[in-house]
Ligand binder design. Structure first.
Ligand code: MEV
Length: 416
């Protein structure tokens, strides 16, 4: 893609906005409109949650160089941590050299749990539910007619036991919605029928955030050359093995993945708590906490695979009232919730590749501190072009801290 977007990080904010607007084929005014006030004014925020005092701003950025299923993409990211967007773009650039990311997704199934108390005969309850499958699906269609009109609806009813607890899972195709509200509505409305069929008492009814029917798989192949040689390639594969063996390392490995995933989830107005809960529950599904993304050597290449549940929406939710979150989805070009989930997972994989590559080469601090120095410079009071110059000076001196930045800023101002 993006020759015109190459070196975007070195452009001014103005130039960057102009280039991105041109790339998206939209006017500069509409980009500015979407970004205005972070996409959410106070009056709207005041209607969104309770006891509102204002809004919280975060940097909103685009990661470049992503080629996903052969299509170049811009990836929207909202994150406070320096070097995450750079890591995503750098990882995606290396992966693009090997043909880019390949994504495969489950259907957009969100699941509700209905707890049933005092079911005496579990096998009978299970067969009663199987016999009543058709009328239950029909009843569900009357409860969620809009979803059925959009091609979604109740797909499967499953009875599970956990010790002597009995739980019915309602697997619902939620199309482009994340679906928590849809499945909660359905679960509460169907609970009386489920109780009657199984001979139990009603328990609780609520979505499960372990969205393991809504997973995303991303694959990538990178040549050793694109990584800086066989030693680097082998180092990344070794880090992946370490993450499989050492849960302390797996947690940090996954944190690096969530740097990318969460930034896309947040930028697009999705529920990052649900995504986080699901991701880590999935990582721990075998009873031992595991990495979400693995890398191994194949021929001269490094091959990676990431698999995780990702329940995102591109309709409903905060996007109804949040201009920037809506715009972020448009910017990505995602046409469905699962496509957006694939982009978020690709961002996670790209961040993971960059982080593990940095760890086995220069160490994480070299690149991170260079970028972190800019926010330290700004915190010390540097403005406009002072920021880069103060950052350069403190980074070069190896003292990236507030005091050093204040001193460098005073010195710079005296010089000018
Ligand atoms: C920092 O935000 C993320 C890393 O710690 C991830 C990792 O160690 O793989 C660099």
């Amino acid at each position: 893609m993006s020759d015109e977007l190459a070196g975007l990080s070195r452009r001014s904010l103005e130039e960057r906005r102009a280039l991105v607007a041109r790339r998206l084929g939209i006017t500069r005014e509409s980009l500015d409109d979407a970004l205005l006030g972070g996409g959410l004014d106070e009056a709207t925020a005041n209607r969104a949650i309770e006891n509102v005092l204002g809004t919280l701003a975060l940097p909103f950025a685009v990661a470049t160089r992503f080629v996903i299923d052969t299509v170049p993409r811009l990836i929207p990211m909202a994150v406070e941590e320096p070097s995450v967007v750079a890591a995503a773009s750098a990882g995606a650039k290396r992966i693009a050299q090997g043909g880019g990311f390949t994504v495969d997704t489950d259907p957009p199934i969100t699941t509700a749990e209905v707890e049933l108390l005092g079911v005496l005969d579990v096998d009978r309850a299970r067969s009663a539910l199987a016999d009543a499958n058709e009328p239950l699906v029909e009843k569900a269609a009357t409860i969620l007619p809009g979803l059925v009109a959009r091609g979604g609806g109740l797909r499967e009813i499953e009875l599970l036991t956990f010790g002597d607890s009995v739980v019915v899972h309602l697997h619902v195709d939620c199309r482009d919605a994340m679906g928590a509200n849809l499945v909660n509505t359905l679960a509460e409305a169907l609970a009386p029928e489920l109780v009657q069929l199984t001979g139990g008492e009603p328990g609780v009814a609520i979505v499960t955030n372990l969205a393991d029917r809504r997973k995303v798989r991303v694959r990538a192949r990178v040549s050793a050359e694109a990584l800086g040689g066989l030693q680097v390639r082998d180092g990344i594969a070794r880090m992946s093995t370490l993450a499989e063996r050492d849960p302390y390392r797996a947690t940090t490995h996954n944190k690096g993945i969530m740097n990318g995933v969460d930034a896309v989830v947040l930028a697009t107005g999705n529920d990052w708590r649900a995504v986080e809960a699901g991701a880590h529950a999935w990582a721990a599904r075998t009873g031992r906490y595991q990495p979400l993304c693995r890398w191994w050597a194949e021929g001269d290449d490094l091959v990676g695979e990431l698999e995780m549940p990702l329940a995102l929406g591109i309709v409903g939710g905060i996007g109804r009232i949040h201009r920037l979150a809506r715009f972020a989805v448009e910017l990505s070009g995602a046409q469905s919730a699962m496509e957006l989930a694939g982009f978020a997972a690709a961002a996670g994989m790209a961040c993971n590749l960059s982080a593990t590559r940095a760890l086995v080469t220069d160490g994480i601090q070299a690149g991170h501190m260079a970028l972190h120095a800019r926010s330290v410079a700004a915190a010390a009071g540097a403005v406009a072009d002072e920021v880069d110059e103060v950052a350069r000076r403190i980074h070069q001196a190896g003292t990236v801290g507030l005091e050093a930045a204040r001193a460098a800023l005073s010195e710079l101002r005296r010089e000018r």
